[in-house]
Design a protein around this ligand. Structure first.
Ligand SMILES: [Zn+2]
Length: 208
């Protein structure tokens, strides 16, 4: 964990106020009347940026501390260096596959995809699902005899999904089904969406 707090240090005879950026734990001299500047986060980039923002707002220098070392007001950190490090840490951190944030991501497992126990790094269960849906194009079948209503199949790639959908549409077209039988095959990924109704391609809804 990283902690940002406003501190004075017992070893500083002048009692200067500092914005402390601490790893592991904050130093013991935290000033309660600056509580709104207190930050606790597992992410270095969030803590470093918060420390720089508080330092600018309050006009106090930034001190660095960890469980072994108290902050030293005579050796303040360079804010621009901290911001550079923050950017680097954020760039290297794992990102949500759907929205790209590096904050609070975790690994989710998806059981309904073309691969068993597929994993995705995402910021929430919702984004994990959306990322997986974006990864794999699907073919939807509706009103097809012998299938569940509105059944969805997922494929590893776009061409495989398309081929399967076209084959399936042709197969049903050739069956000369009752005119009343209302069936369709649709397939989709982020870039394209097609529907075959009664074997005819009817929609080219969007292309990126
Ligand atoms: Zn996300």
């Amino acid at each position: 964990m990283y902690y940002v707090s406003v501190q004075t240090y017992w070893h500083d005879p002048e009692g200067r106020r500092c914005v402390e950026l601490a790893r592991s734990e904050p130093s013991p001299g935290m000033l309660a009347n600056y509580n709104e500047h207190y930050v606790e986060t597992p992410h270095y980039w969030i803590a470093a940026r918060a420390a720089v923002a508080s330092s600018e707002a309050l006009g106090f220098p930034i001190t660095l501390a960890n469980s072994m070392v108290y902050g030293d007001p005579d050796d303040p950190a360079d804010p621009s260096e901290l911001l550079r490090e923050a950017q680097l840490a954020e760039d290297l951190a794992p990102k949500c596959e759907y929205c790209g944030t590096a904050d609070d991501v975790e690994t989710w497992t998806w059981y309904d995809g073309p691969y068993p126990d597929d994993e995705v790094v995402a910021c929430s269960e919702n984004h994990a699902e959306l990322a997986m849906e974006r990864r794999y194009p699907y073919v939807g079948l509706s009103g097809m005899p012998g299938y569940m209503p509105n059944q969805v199949y997922r494929f590893c790639d776009w061409s495989e999904a398309r081929r399967w959908a076209v084959d399936e549409a042709r197969r049903w077209q050739d069956q000369d089904l009752d005119e009343e039988q209302d069936w369709s095959v649709s397939y989709s990924n982020d870039a394209e969406y097609f529907t075959y109704e009664q074997g005819y391609e009817t929609i080219d809804a969007y292309k990126a």
